[in-house]
Design a protein around this ligand. Structure first.
Ligand SMILES: [Zn+2]
Length: 307
């Protein structure tokens, strides 16, 4: 456990995913306890995972806040809730997405979605296997306390910053942004089009970058990698990255209709594991949809053509 600043502690867990770790944060509450933000993946042995953390704290965890419904953030929510009795708070829209993704999971529909975007059978098999494996590590909690943009959690203001996840929430107080995966150092947050997602996740995310610039927090504590000391500057860098990737995506459309999967092969060439190819396809689809919204590409069924 690391004190990143007064009243903000960071706990890091290893992850067996594309990225090898995730940070959770503990915020000192006004009553002297702690607010836990994000929970890592669900553990096979929650006691072994969390007891050392709980023992290291001088006061109980009073509340658990989930920034978004991705496995590495919501995955341990029920585990910590059961160990501490603390209520779980989750964004209203994010919770609806959480239920759709993890509660009403339909593997056949999931596979059909990627197949319809051009993914070949072997990759699909790998994606389906990984999805089953992940599901067992997502211990989300039914019936959390739902929060909306503008709500306060012990002095921290809730904002909804979409894009990486549709209803991603962050907490903001005195220039400190508890950012989840809305902004990251060294890597850019994955922006993908998924079954059930809003129609233009990259458009949503570009608005999030505007909002971060406008809020201009002093520091952002994120779900992965280093803390970000100039979040507004980092937001501008990430915007440039997406502008370039939009150019490359448009360039990949050469006349023949191409599927999201095919475009992903130009944007992310080379051999990728099925899971990384799924990320690449989702990311390509998000860029293709943005191009359609901007009038720079068109649809041909589920494929895309140059406008
Ligand atoms: Zn994450």
């Amino acid at each position: 456990m690391v004190d990143v600043e007064k009243g903000v502690r960071r706990v890091t867990f290893a992850l067996p995913l594309g990225i090898d770790h995730v940070h959770c944060y503990l915020l000192r509450s006004s009553s002297g306890g702690w607010i836990l933000v994000d929970t890592g993946l669900g553990a096979r042995d929650p006691e072994a995972q969390w007891r050392p953390v709980l023992d290291d704290l001088d006061a109980p965890i009073e509340r658990i806040v989930v920034t978004h419904m991705h496995p590495d953030h919501v995955g341990g929510a029920r585990d910590v809730h059961e160990l501490t009795g603390a209520p779980v708070l989750q964004g209203r829209e994010d919770y609806a997405q959480c239920v759709a993704a993890w509660g009403h999971r339909d593997p056949a529909r999931f596979v059909a979605y990627w197949s319809s975007h051009g993914m070949p059978g072997l990759t699909l098999d790998g994606v389906a296997r990984e999805s089953e494996r992940l599901l067992s590590a997502v211990h989300w909690l039914e019936g959390p306390h739902l929060v909306d943009a503008g709500d306060e959690i012990d002095g921290w203001r809730v904002e909804v910053l979409r894009g990486h996840a549709d209803g991603h929430i962050v907490l903001l107080r005195d220039g400190v942004l508890i950012a989840g995966d809305t902004i990251l150092s060294g890597i850019t947050p994955a922006i993908g089009l998924y079954p059930n997602s809003r129609p233009d996740p990259l458009g949503d995310y570009l608005e999030t970058l505007d909002r971060i610039e406008e809020l201009a927090p002093r520091v952002a504590y994120a779900g992965h990698r280093e803390s970000i000391h100039e979040p507004a500057e980092r937001a501008r860098e990430i915007r440039r990255h997406h502008a370039e990737r939009l150019e490359r995506t448009q360039g990949a459309l050469d006349g023949e209709p191409l599927s999201g999967y095919e475009v992903s092969l130009s944007l992310f060439p080379g051999e990728l594991t099925p899971v990384l190819r799924r990320f690449a396809t989702a990311e390509s689809l998000a860029h293709l949809e943005r191009l359609v919204f901007e009038g720079r590409a068109g649809r041909a069924g589920l494929a895309y053509v140059r406008a």
